[in-house]
Design a binder for this molecule. Structure first.
Ligand code: GLY
Length: 391
């Protein structure tokens, strides 16, 4: 996939369209304040609508993050008040150890609590985020040189990493910079190195997850949980890889990440359907009858805009152009532009879909999901302002 050809062949989102969709996105978040200002949203919508749910999932930080993005756009105190209420809830979650035996502490605490600290110097946000980083650091296995994804430490079946964690390690790197604790940065870097070694195949598609031997830490096998099969490329996994490499570069400046970023991106772009939205696994094409996963595309747009800051101007122009092409497709096909259609932002996502070859269940299929919403609004924010990431 040649980026130049890709750019020539497709329309970019215009400034007017960006304004239109940003205003619609703001309207969508605003319409949720009465119901969700002091509450959390379910992981995904049902028939387009989220319900109130508890702060006990890996996804809760995305709604808080969306509120922070809209606060930064408008300086409307209602968004800040809601987000700060949630920051208090994230403290209780740590105090009561509610579902914190997970690497998703990064998703949870970067977008809620690091954001609170960066935007308004909120000390509780900082404290929460540092506590979460310490828990994340405890999940690092010296033997295998990786951060364990799920479940209690040292559970035999859980001695593995997943590609998604590339978005969790920025919390550790931020905490390392903030505290001067070099171990945090070392563990994050070692985890990234191990991930890149085992998770990327020769054709630059990716495994979702990789097991290691609990006895001696040797890599055992790559498989999938949410992708179609062990050998296919789960669309969201590939997108976690793309954005994860950009964030790794942000902190660590390893030239090798730039090269891998291009290869993973090319694989993603060359496996999109004709509407430029990925099906939920990149193995599927237009004749498959399978649903899209819009959220994967939103994640890639953010990755492109992050990486555009670190490359020469010609390359940056290309990344921004590709981001605008993907964004046009995403907004035109998937934006929820009225609270009557949905109380989310981005339609047509997939949380998990059962296949004969994976071990997940079907849920949140062709629905909004909280990360799709968040990354869509982050992408709009990046395209319309000079934004300091919460990552
Ligand atoms: N991190 C879990 C998922 O992407 O579904």
């Amino acid at each position: 996939m040649n980026l130049e050809t890709f750019i020539k062949e497709h329309p970019l989102i215009t400034e007017e369209e960006l304004k239109f969709y940003s205003d619609k996105a703001l309207q969508q978040t605003e319409a949720c304040l009465p119901e969700f200002g002091k509450a959390f949203k379910s992981i995904f919508s049902t028939d387009g609508f989220y319900q109130v749910d508890e702060n006990k999932y890996w996804t809760n930080g995305f709604w808080t993050g969306e509120l922070w993005l809209q606060y930064e756009k408008t300086r409307d105190e209602r968004f800040k008040e809601a987000a700060l209420w949630q920051v208090k809830s994230f403290k209780e979650r740590l105090d009561n150890r509610v579902a914190v035996e997970t690497h998703d502490l990064g998703f949870l605490y970067s977008l809620s609590c690091v954001a609170a600290y960066k935007i308004c110097g909120d000390e509780l946000g900082k404290k929460n985020a540092l506590r979460a980083a310490e828990l994340l650091n405890e999940r690092f296995h010296e033997k295998g040189q990786f951060i364990q994804a799920w479940g209690p430490l040292n559970g035999k079946d859980n001695y593995r990493l997943i590609i998604d964690c590339l978005l969790n390690v920025p919390l550790l790197m931020w905490a390392g910079q903030e505290t001067g604790n070099e171990e945090y940065i070392e563990h994050a870097q070692q985890h990234i190195e191990t991930t890149l070694k085992v998770i990327i195949r020769d054709d630059y598609s990716t495994y979702h997850t990789h097991y290691f031997s609990p006895e001696d830490g040797r890599p055992l096998k790559g498989v999938t949980h949410q992708g179609y099969s062990a050998d296919s490329a789960w669309s969201r996994g590939q997108s976690w890889g793309v954005y994860g490499l950009a964030l790794a570069y942000r902190y660590l400046r390893d030239e090798y990440y730039l090269e891998l970023f291009d290869r993973l991106l090319e694989y993603f772009l060359s496996h999109l359907g004709s509407k430029l939205i990925p099906y939920w696994d990149l193995t599927f094409q237009d004749d498959s009858g399978e649903p899209w996963d819009s959220s994967a595309s939103a994640v890639v747009v953010c990755g492109l805009l992050e990486m555009a800051q670190y490359v020469d101007e010609a390359k940056a122009e290309q990344y921004r152009a590709v981001a605008k092409i993907l964004m046009k497709a995403l907004a035109d096909e998937c934006a929820a532009t009225s609270p009557e259609i949905s109380n989310g932002q981005l339609l047509h996502g997939v949380y998990g879909k059962k296949s004969p070859y994976n071990d997940c269940i079907s849920h949140g299929v062709d629905e909004c999901n909280l990360w799709g919403d968040y990354f869509y609004v982050e992408a709009l924010t990046r395209l319309t302002s000079d934004w300091n990431p919460y990552w």
